[in-house]
Write a protein that binds this ligand. Structure first.
Ligand code: EPZ
Length: 429
C-alpha cells in the first residue's frame, strides 16, 4: 500500500491548477441516466471515485468514452461522453454502492426513467451514520412506492413519477440531488423546499436546464422543476472544486507561502476565504483565479462552526483545524453536519497538536511548532489535513492509507511539489 512522505518546513510558492469538482462530477455523470442522448462533460477530474462511478454506470448500460489527451496540451480535466441509450440493469449492487455513497443517487434517475430501481443501501460511513430517509421521503412525495428488502431499496413507480411538494426537514446535498434528478422526468411540477444551495447542486441544475428541463430558483433553497417526457443530450463543463481550492489555500497559509490557485472562483467559497482573512492571510482575486499570501506575522486563532452552504463547509473543517494547530492562541471549531467527523484529531495529536474534544466541539491550543511522525489517513478530508500538518511539521511525516486521498484529490503530490513542497509517494511494499 502506498505511503506519502513529507519533509515539512518549505513555503509553498507558485501556481496550482484547480481541478473540476468531484462532488459535481459525480451527480453530473449520474444525470446521464436520464436521457438516451449523449451527455458530454468537460473538466472531469481523474479520481478513484469518478472511476468507480464509471464502472457502476457501465453496469447500468451507460456507454462511456473518454477523449484522449493530446501531448503538449495542458491537462485540464478529462472529457467524458456518456450515453445511456438502453438501461440494461436497474440494480445497483451492494459491492459497488457500499464503496461510494454518491452512487446511491442513481436511485432517483433510474426510477424516473425506468419506473423501477433496486439500489443497495449505502450503509454507515466513517464520518457518521448518514441515513437516507430524506432521499426516500422525497421520492415518495413524487409517488414512488419504496420498500427495504435485504439491504436494498426497492423503488417502483409503474405509471411514472408525478410532480409533488418536497419539504426537507434538514438540508441534504444528496437528497436534493436525488429528488432533483428524479423530478426532471416526473409528470408536472415539483417544488423542492429547503433544498441544498451548495454550488454543486446549482451546477447539476444548470446542466439539467441544458438537457431541456425548466428549473427556477437555481442557487436558492426553493427549486421549481417542470417535469418533461424526455431530456436531451448536452455539453457541460464541471465547475471548479471549491474544496480543493480551500484545501490548497489553507496549505499556503499554513506554510506562510504565496500561491495563485488557477481556474477557480472566489464566489464558490466566500466563507472559507473570509476565515482565511481572519487567520492573517491575504486573499486576492486574479484574472484566472485566487492569490493567497501569508508572510511575516503568525496565524491568528479562529472560532467557527460548519454549516450548509453558504456557511463554512464541513469538507474543510479538518483542513482548517490543521492550519490553526500552530496559531497564536486557542481556536474553537464546532462540527454541526456530521456527528463523527473528528478522526483527524488523534492523528494531528501525533504530530504534537493540542486538541481537546467535547461532543461536537474541538478546542485547539496553538503550538509553536509540530513535529513530523507516522500517521494514518482515515477519510478523504481528514487525510489531506494530515498533509497540511506534515507540510509545516519539523522533520518527516509518513501518511499511511493514502488511497483515501486518491478518492478526491487529483495529482496532489505533483501540484504541491511544483510549489516547492518536499512530498513523495512511495510504495510500502
Ligand atoms: C455530500 O454528502 C458530500 N458528498 C459530502 O462530501 C459533504 O460532506 C456533504 O454533502 C455535506 O456538505 C458528495 O457530494 C458526494 P448530506 P451527502 O446528505 O449528500 C443527514 C466529501 O468529503 N442526512 O448533505 O451524503 C446526514 O447524516 C464528502 O467529499 C439525513 O439525516 O451529505 C448529515 O448529517 C464527504 N438523512 C446531513 O444530513 C438523509 O437522508 C448532511 O448530509 C440524508 C442526510
Amino acid at each position: 500500500m502506498d505511503q506519502i512522505k513529507i519533509v515539512g518546513g518549505n513555503r509553498l510558492v507558485g501556481n496550482i491548477p484547480i481541478s473540476g469538482a468531484k462532488n459535481a462530477a459525480l451527480p453530473l455523470m449520474i444525470a446521464s441516466l436520464l436521457t438516451d442522448d449523449r451527455l458530454t462533460l468537460k473538466n472531469v477530474p481523474n479520481l478513484a471515485d469518478v472511476n468507480l462511478l464509471s464502472r457502476i454506470l457501465r453496469n447500468h448500460g451507460v456507454d462511456l468514452a473518454v477523449d484522449g489527451k493530446r501531448p503538449g496540451v495542458t491537462h485540464l480535466g478529462e472529457t467524458f461522453h456518456l450515453t445511456a441509450r438502453d438501461i440494461v440493469d436497474t440494480t445497483a449492487p451492494y459491492e459497488m454502492v457500499s464503496r461510494m455513497r454518491a452512487s446511491f443517487w442513481v436511485l432517483g434517475p433510474l426510477l424516473a426513467r425506468m419506473g423501477q430501481a433496486r439500489v443497495s443501501l449505502p450503509g454507515g460511513c466513517a464520518i457518521g451514520t448518514r441515513p437516507v430517509d430524506l432521499h426516500l421521503d422525497g421520492l415518495r412525495a413524487l409517488g414512488a412506492e419504496i420498500d427495504i428488502d435485504a439491504g436494498y431499496v426497492i423503488a417502483k413507480a409503474p405509471k411514472g413519477l408525478r410532480g409533488g411538494r418536497v419539504l426537507f426537514p434538514k438540508v441534504s446535498v444528496g437528497a436534493t440531488h436525488n429528488v432533483l434528478l428524479a423530478a426532471t422526468l416526473a409528470k408536472g411540477e415539483t417544488v423542492i423546499e429547503n433544498a441544498a444551495r451548495e454550488p454543486e447542486v446549482g451546477d447539476v441544475a444548470a446542466c439539467l436546464v441544458k438537457m431541456g428541463c425548466q428549473i427556477d430558483g437555481i442557487g436558492t433553497s426553493t427549486l421549481h422543476v417542470q417535469g418533461c417526457n424526455r431530456l436531451e443530450g448536452a455539453v457541460h463543463t464541471v465547475l471548479p472544486d471549491r474544496i480543493e481550492t480551500g484545501t490548497f489555500a489553507y496549505a499556503v497559509a499554513a506554510t506562510g507561502g504565496d500561491v495563485t490557485l488557477e481556474h477557480t472562483r472566489i464566489d464558490l467559497l466566500e466563507k472559507a476565504l473570509e476565515v482565511l482573512d481572519n487567520v492573517g492571510a491575504t486573499v486576492t482575486p486574479t484574472n484566472t483565479g485566487i492569490r493567497i499570501v501569508r508572510n511575516g506575522d503568525g496565524i491568528n486563532p479562529v472560532t467557527i462552526e460548519t454549516q450548509p452552504f453558504p456557511g463554512f463547509p464541513t469538507d474543510l473543517q479538518a483542513q482548517l483545524m490543521a492550519l490553526v494547530t500552530t496559531a497564536r492562541g486557542t481556536s474553537v471549531i464546532r462540527e454541526t453536519i456530521f456527528e463523527n467527523r473528528f478522526m483527524h484529531v488523534q492523528e494531528l495529536a501525533r504530530l504534537g497538536a493540542d486538541i481537546r474534544l467535547h461532543g461536537d466541539t474541538a478546542t485547539i491550543k496553538g503550538m509553536p511548532e509540530l513535529q513530523g511522525a507516522p500517521v494514518m489517513a482515515t477519510d478523504l478530508r481528514a487525510s489531506v489535513s494530515l498533509v497540511i500538518a506534515g507540510l509545516v511539521a519539523k522533520g518527516e511525516t509518513t501518511i499511511n492509507r493514502v488511497y483515501h486521498l486518491d478518492r478526491g484529490f487529483e495529482r496532489l503530490e505533483e501540484k504541491l511539489t511544483r510549489c516547492g513542497a518536499n512530498i513523495v509517494r512511495v510504495g510500502a511494499g
